[in-house]
Design a protein. Structure first.
Length: 636
């Protein structure tokens, strides 16, 4: 039976075994995999439903009506690819290569399916995307302190006592990691604004207010240092700027930390002292760093594991293989113009983009400030091509829609960003559509490009990637996965040490130490938009159907507005307004409301991104600030 690997944008990257029996796909977890361990999450269990979905695209489409109207005509692959190639070259000849943007993200994380199409656009010297919607601020912050965002190998958790989930609902989004920690008997704490399912299953829960993560971390550091609970030998040998940091936190008032975070001084002390005693490891989530305060918060949090003697005592990222060969940036003849992902609407409004090729992404569901983005697309003369499995909101706004196949229909490999394994994906069957690499080769042929790198087979690319990373094609074929050996690591900072005093932050005009800053919007309620258990951003809404569009609100905030459980409410701010049902819950603190993110507006009529801000955090690489959105709510 073929080996498969779930290609979703998920920590776990589950190794699977698949088979087609009586025309129906069956999947199960590969029991040999040390992390994903032979079981699938609820989304993984429903992959056959996604694979066999009746609404999969089967033939290319050309738009005949207004953008978003759903009016298309079916056409042949030959006509569709010819039209795409023609419009692509027209844009380049009339406006220059940088008027063309390839827009892709992690809707499919197969190395080939993610990266190979970029070869064509590098060859054509087009504009490229500067990815900022996901983990950018945290990446920059960790590099400020450690020189890398790659932290602890999670298999090392079996040698630890305490794991702190900080701003991550791991029971929903990293189920295999959560199960692994439980299996090995770790004490589990959660720090979060929301009392999530993870918090409810934790040994301790520290519920804080939005943006105060940095204060809790600095307050804990102050106690650990002043009570001399830190690892003195480790800090002396491996930390740069400790004395300056010590003086910095000395001035911090624990009463102030308590007032701002909502935790008592006793709770802060318990966190600090027991964290030091148990030498805690912290899994730093992605959600809270998508805010105006996110980069500073991650910087502060990451200092705590170093204080108690960990070289890399955090979990954030585990991108450990070099995939650059698949992308082929070496084909460029001039530096790439990079367009910040969250600022797509701004570049469209300025008329800088005339052609967009979109794959592995659904920006008309996932990008913030949807009203602005849709208006920009409607008023622009941009030509849009989308390659997707389904007629998504983005596809509905496109001029040409190309049917994609699923990862069960092609060869690829995928690495995890939680664990150190690369898994093999073999084709199980062939239903509809073409892979991203197949379409790239078709376009290159129609464009009459002779460069051989644009015609390499999937297997050739995979073999080369494995070889460049010292991995074996024969081993991955036999087992379905291989582990990436960990090499000796050092801190890639200017000082060569862990930098409590960050020289890179100073170079960007920031304080050398993490700072707490208060942010206030034009409306009284802070809107959080985390992922739903049964979706991954916009994926699966159309096939699984198990979504939750309710607005979650604290009972006191609801009562002040005359809102009862189940009432229809309008949620509104300067970006837009949506209507839904209210759900009262004590799981949220006062002043905070919650909508799950990125459902399909084409199916629901709206999603949370009709309200979210498209501001970016420039000092942290134009990272997104979705969770720095403020709204108000009224009963309808």
């Amino acid at each position: 039976m073929p080996f498969s690997v779930c290609m979703r944008d998920c920590y776990d990257t589950c190794a699977m075994i698949s088979e087609l029996k009586d025309g129906k796909l069956r999947v199960r977890g590969n029991p040999e995999h040390p992390i994903t361990a032979g079981f699938l999450c609820p989304k993984g269990a429903l992959l056959p439903k996604w694979f066999h979905a009746e609404d999969r695209l089967k033939r290319p489409l050309v738009r005949t009506g207004e953008r978003g109207s759903g009016e298309f005509r079916e056409t042949s692959w030959e006509e569709a690819i010819t039209l795409v190639a023609k419009k692509l070259m027209e844009a380049i000849e009339k406006y220059g290569s940088e008027s063309v943007l390839v827009y892709q993200y992690a809707g499919d994380r197969g190395v080939v399916n993610y990266a190979f199409p970029l070869r064509l656009f590098h060859y054509l010297n087009t504009a490229m995307l500067d990815y900022g919607v996901c983990d950018r601020a945290g990446q920059k912050a960790l590099k400020d302190v450690y020189g890398t965002a790659v932290g602890l190998d999670p298999e090392e958790l079996k040698n630890q006592k305490l794991l702190v989930y900080w701003g991550i609902n791991a029971f929903w989004t990293n189920l295999h990691g959560f199960t692994f920690a439980k299996k090995h008997g770790l004490e589990i704490w959660t720090v979060d604004v929301v009392k999530t399912e993870t918090a409810k299953r934790s040994d301790r829960f520290f519920q804080i207010r939005p943006d105060t993560d940095v204060l809790l971390a600095l307050g804990a550091a102050k106690i650990i240092i002043e009570e001399e609970l830190y690892d003195k030998d480790f800090v002396r040998e491996n930390v740069y700027g400790f004395e300056e940091f010590k003086n910095y936190v000395k001035t911090l008032s624990l009463d102030y930390v308590s007032t701002e975070t909502g935790l008592s001084v006793e709770e802060i002390g318990t966190f600090a002292r027991e964290f030091a005693e148990k030498r805690g490891v912290i899994h730093i989530g992605y959600g809270f760093q998508r805010s105006l305060a996110g980069g500073e918060a991650v910087r502060a949090i990451s200092i705590l594991p170093a204080l108690v003697g960990h070289r890399f005592g955090f979990i954030y990222d585990m991108k450990t293989i070099d995939k650059s060969y698949a992308e082929g940036a070496f084909l460029r003849t001039k530096p790439a113009k990079r367009i910040p992902q969250v600022k797509l609407a701004e570049y469209l409004e300025r008329g800088e983009i005339k052609f967009i090729y979109i794959y592995n992404s659904n920006p008309l569901a996932s990008l913030p400030n949807q009203n602005r983005l849709r208006k920009a697309l409607e008023e622009s003369d941009v030509f849009i091509v989308t390659h997707d499995i389904f007629l998504t909101d983005t596809a509905l706004y496109s001029d040409v829609v190309l049917p994609a196949n699923t990862f069960f229909e092609r060869l690829d490999i995928a690495e995890g960003y939680y664990h150190r394994y690369v898994a093999l994906n073999e084709p199980v069957a062939r239903l509809y559509g073409k892979s991203n690499s197949e379409v790239t080769r078709l376009l290159a042929r129609v464009l009459d490009i002779k460069n051989p790198y644009l015609y390499e087979s999937d297997e050739e690319v995979i073999r080369k990637i494995l070889e460049l990373n010292g991995l074996s094609w024969e081993e991955i074929k036999a087992k379905g996965f291989v582990k990436i050996p960990e090499k000796p690591r050092k801190w890639e900072t200017p000082s060569g040490k862990i930098e409590f005093y960050s020289q890179r932050a100073v170079e960007r005009g920031l304080s050398p130490f993490p700072e707490y800053r208060k942010f206030k919007g034009n409306y009284p309620l802070r809107l959080l938009t985390p992922t739903h258990r049964m979706t991954i951003t916009s994926q699966y809404h159309n096939t699984h159907g198990m979504i939750d569009p309710k607005l979650y609100i604290n009972p006191t905030d609801a009562n002040e507005r005359g809102i009862k459980d189940g009432d229809t409410v309008e949620v509104f701010n300067e970006y837009g307004r949506v209507r839904t049902k209210a759900k009262l819950t004590e799981d949220l603190p006062r002043g905070v409301v919650l909508l799950y993110k990125a459902f399909w507006p084409a199916l629901l009529g709206w999603n949370a991104n009709f309200l979210t801000t498209d501001k970016t955090v420039e000092e942290y690489g134009n990272g997104s600030a979705y969770h720095s959105t403020w709204v108000d709510v009224r009963r309808v």
